[in-house]
Design a protein around this ligand. Structure first.
Ligand code: MG
Length: 269
């Protein structure tokens, strides 16, 4: 009887030990939750031989290195052409919003290309579905012009069947709000950095895309954004130490002029 009792106790102890060991092992191998930061080439991958900012060549280069996305700037000219070029001024033209496309087209990009039409840019983007098209809508001369721009862009993207591949960003709060109004469920991140992630969520935006300095002033916004289900993108982060810091802060995307450097540092981690 006594022997039976000891046997039962030993078996019980062994079972408990096995259970305890198994639980610990399971915990040790459970995947830890970590964000993988991805890279967006700022104005395409332009910092290469033969490339230029916002050129078709820069988009191709971003596709070649397998960036998450390629960012580009969209303006609307006085004759309602949607074009890909940075800033309101381009070369000797003071304000591309006030002149017809023919005037802009007359001045080639530094690599000899013509300032691309959005339609041509999107067609090239469509050739590689793995690279997102991060379409920045630049502000225009009035809210009415901005609304017209948003309508035209959404229609073009829809017509080309690129709704899943295009993500929008804008400094103009009006543009971001119009995107949400005209296409509920749209992927849109606000650039200006003057509202909290909670406010951005309330407006229906899906992300914040703030200057790196703004995120350093408000590091708590990364968590606040994630708690609200928003993505966090920072721009324009080019230096090695800054890239490492941004990854440490847990941002989802780094927009950079040095996309291959970001990829290398991410791969190391
Ligand atoms: Mg831009």
């Amino acid at each position: 009887m006594k022997r039976l009792f000891i046997t039962v106790v030993l078996i019980g102890a062994l079972a408990a030990a096995i259970y305890y060991f198994y639980q610990n092992a399971k915990e040790a191998t459970a995947p830890t939750e970590e964000t993988t930061t991805q890279v967006i080439a700022h104005r395409g991958y332009w910092d290469r031989e033969g490339s230029a900012q916002n050129s078709l060549t820069a988009l191709k280069a971003a596709q070649e290195i397998g960036a998450y996305g390629s960012e580009f700037d969209v303006q609307m000219t006085a004759d309602d052409e949607l074009i890909v070029v940075h800033g309101h001024g381009y070369a000797s033209i003071e304000d591309v919003r006030k002149v017809p496309y023919a005037d802009v087209k007359a001045i080639p990009l530094p690599n000899g290309e013509i300032v691309p039409l959005l339609a041509d840019y999107l067609d090239l983007g469509a050739q590689n579905k793995d690279v997102k098209l991060i379409l920045e809508i630049k502000d225009n001369l009035s809210p009415e012009r901005e609304t017209a721009m948003v309508e035209k862009i959404l229609a073009m993207v829809r017509e080309k069947g690129l709704e899943q591949q295009v993500e929008y960003i804008a400094f103009s709060l009006h543009v971001c709000k119009e995107l949400v109004r005209l296409q509920p469920g749209v992927t849109v991140a606000y650039l200006m950095g003057d509202i909290t992630p909670t406010q951005a969520k309330e407006y229906g935006f899906t992300g914040i895309d703030y200057n790196y300095g703004t995120i350093n002033e408000h590091p708590e916004w990364v968590k606040e954004a994630h708690d609200n289900g928003l993505t966090v993108n920072v721009w324009t982060v080019n230096g090695e130490q800054d890239i490492r810091n941004a990854i440490e802060q847990g941002v989802d995307f780094i927009t950079s002029d040095a996309p291959e450097l970001v990829q290398q540092i991410v791969a190391e981690k």
